[in-house]
Design a protein around this ligand. Structure first.
Ligand SMILES: Cc1cc2nc3c(=O)[nH]c(=O)nc-3n(C[C@H](O)[C@H](O)[C@H](O)COP(=O)(O)O)c2cc1C
Length: 322
């Protein structure tokens, strides 16, 4: 099975991408995903309004390092000129620009951004055209199937993006109205792949390496973007690569779970300080523990921990003593 993927001028080592996730896909998470085979990782969505106002918080969301490349920067906004200005400000900070046209969150759609753009194909056209002329970086858009069940228009939006110079389209085939309910309709990914000539990247309900293989086989898409399936499970990338190459997947042994979770904490502490790291790592540790015996007690204990040494000891006891 072909595992290479080229997006515009960007040649990726494989076809597995870490999806943008707000509050989650920061530098430590991206580094760990890369170590397991993610060929391209995304920042969480960054407001162009914040960027053009020189907002420190917005630029902090794009903080990266030499090992964190290639990096996709995801922008959200509803104004073509502002998005173009935001793209210019991103020059040198990453290797690809993605425009969020899928976020269903009320605060984002209320400002006309995210999936609200799907209701306005003319605006989509202006945005892609404006950003295309503002940057020479590869440009992608990430969309949902449509706003609601009666307004499914991903083929139209995909064609517009392609006509205006986008280098790839990512589709999470749920409507905005669905939020995360029901199943992602992978047939939409297959239809989009048949319609466009630029690469199509599939997203939605990839919780295991087997799911990744199934989406690639079923839809013919060029690459996949993994989101919730990578939470506490960076190994999904190496496992999906192994299956694509016809090898057996190697799940992580307890020592590896421990060492990766411990590295996650250390990287977090290095970038955000110990206090923030311990607080933020609580949710990640709950994900790392998913499916393991004693996970409920571990979760309860971890959520009470306030210091790094205590967290490291709890992790050691949970992952290593089994
Ligand atoms: C907590 C969370 C935050 C997300 N944040 C973003 C985001 O910032 N930008 C975006 O385009 N999609 C975002 N998504 C959507 C994912 O990128 C992905 O398209 C969606 O979760 C479907 O993939 P999955 O079934 O593999 O989770 C987010 C999803 C989750 C669960």
């Amino acid at each position: 099975m072909k595992t290479k993927l080229k997006i515009g001028s960007l040649e990726l080592a494989d076809n597995l991408l870490l999806a943008p996730m707000a509050g989650i896909t920061n530098l430590p998470m991206r580094l760990l995903a890369r170590e397991q085979g993610a060929a391209l990782c995304f920042t969480e969505m960054v407001s162009v309004n914040g960027l053009v106002r020189d907002g420190e918080k917005s630029f902090a969301l794009m903080r990266s390092s030499a090992a964190d490349r290639p990096l996709g920067l995801q922008l959200f906004g509803d104004d073509p000129e502002l998005l173009a200005a935001g793209a210019e400000l991103c020059e040198g900070l990453g290797d690809l620009i993605d425009i969020n046209m899928g976020c269903p969150v009320r605060k984002v759609v209320g400002s006309g951004a995210g999936s609200a753009l799907l209701q306005n194909p003319d605006r989509v056209r202006s945005i892609v055209a404006a950003v295309r002329s503002a940057t020479s970086l590869p440009l992608t858009v990430k969309i949902r199937s449509g706003w609601g069940a009666d307004t499914v228009n991903y083929l139209l939006i995909g064609r517009i993006a392609q006509d205006e110079g986008a280098d790839a389209v990512t589709l999470h085939p749920r409507t905005r109205a669905q939020l995360f309910d029901g199943h992602a309709d992978w047939q939409h990914i297959e239809q989009l792949k048949k319609t466009l000539t630029i690469p199509v990247i599939g997203s939605g309900d990839l919780f295991s390496a087997e799911d990744v293989l199934a989406m690639l086989n079923m839809t013919g898409c060029d690459g996949v973007m993994i989101a919730r399936g990578a939470l506490g499970n960076p190994w999904i990338f190496r496992e999906a690569l192994a299956l694509q190459r016809g090898s057996a997947k190697i799940p992580p042994a307890p020592e590896e779970r421990f060492s990766v979770a411990a590295r996650h904490l250390a990287l977090f502490a290095g970038t955000a300080g110990e206090r923030v790291a311990v607080r933020e790592m609580r949710k990640h540790l709950c994900w790392y523990a998913r499916g393991l015996q004693g996970a409920a007690q571990f979760r309860a204990a971890v959520n009470r921990l306030e210091d790094r040494a205590g967290m490291e000891k709890a992790m050691y006891d949970f992952f290593m003593q089994r």
